[in-house]
Design a protein around this ligand. Structure first.
Ligand code: ZN
Length: 316
């Protein structure tokens, strides 16, 4: 029994193959992408956001979405999710064999206009045919809200906005909503308060959290969400990623940092930390950089240093 009522187990969704890769300008060969996904699957991670079925001109890096699905379809012990920005994307994803899709919209009109070239209401309207199509093919649909806690153009996002959007998702039959702090503006107090309101207002809705570590608050925000009983988190190996449309945005909380924190607190992730650090190293080698990873910098707490030799207590 945990003193602060923390869950015993969490589910981590690895998003580097989508959120991480999409912000890399230099082409990552499809084979390398597939290799990374396969290596991730070996760490014990059982949920991966594989790609986004976005227009190839909008994000050229993900133009090989179909091939990545094909190259990983034998990994039957992993659930794969893909992001779909519109009906065309949903059609492609379903045709490729994806069984879980994630819809995306922004909490504010300003971010929505720059990210998706439409107003929030227009984005919501566009979901109806996607959801109908998904139902027909027995594909699970999750919702998401970008810049849920703060918008780089409008600042603080009032909770009423989130309530309004979650309500619309609920009406459409969506059972899980990912709250994304796309540009790292959330703080732990706000996360705790917002989730308290949302869980009270929508007791049957599952919430998952997607924190970027732009301002170093991601792990603290994870802890605040844990205290509200949330057990689903996105993270990105080596902390890679960002939002191509949000100025100065950096990567998601690094998966190895998240797994490490959970391990230290005795919360089960099902992921082997050493193996995840290994993948983080290969991702860093492949891309030539990481996106901010404490594990790559300092290593886990369990990795003790040898005691300095000849230690003597000095006389005062
Ligand atoms: Zn993100």
């Amino acid at each position: 029994m945990s003193v602060v009522g923390l869950p015993e187990k969490v589910e981590i969704c690895e998003v580097a193959p989508r959120d991480g890769f999409q912000s890399e300008h230099e082409w990552i060969p499809t084979k390398e992408k597939i290799n990374i996904v396969r290596a991730l699957a070996e760490t014990g991670v059982r949920f991966i956001e594989l790609t986004s079925f976005v227009h190839p001109k909008a994000i050229p890096q993900l133009r090989d979405a179909e091939e990545v699905v094909k190259g990983t379809e034998d990994l039957t012990n992993v659930k794969f999710r893909a992001l779909v920005p519109n009906l065309k994307g949903a059609q492609r994803a379903i045709k490729a064999g994806i069984k879980i899709i994630k819809l995306m919209l922004s909490a504010t009109d300003s971010h929505s206009l720059s990210n998706a070239n439409c107003l929030v209401e227009e984005a919501l309207q566009g979901f109806k045919p996607i959801i109908e199509l998904a139902e027909k093919h027995r594909v699970v649909v999750g919702g998401s809200i970008s810049v849920a806690f703060g918008c780089p153009y409008e600042g603080n996002v009032p909770i009423e906005k989130l309530i309004g959007i979650v309500d619309r998702y609920k009406e459409m039959g969506v059972k899980e909503v990912s709250l994304a702090d796309t540009t790292g503006m959330a703080n732990p107090k706000q996360v705790y308060e917002y989730l308290g309101v949302l869980r009270n207002e929508f007791p049957d809705m599952a919430f998952s959290m997607h924190f970027h570590n732009t301002r170093g608050m991601a792990l603290a925000n994870v802890f605040a969400a844990l205290q509200q009983g949330v057990t689903k988190f996105d993270s990105s190996v080596a902390g890679i990623g960002g939002c191509p449309y949000a100025p100065g945005a950096t990567g998601n909380v690094a998966t190895e940092d998240l797994v490490h924190m959970m391990d230290e607190m005795g919360i089960d992730t099902g992921i082997d930390l050493d193996k995840m650090i290994g993948v983080a190293k290969s991702v860093k080698n492949l891309l030539g950089h990481d996106g901010g990873s404490y594990m790559l910098q300092a290593g886990p707490c369990s990795q003790l240093n040898p005691k300095p030799t000849g230690q003597v207590k000095l006389e005062r």
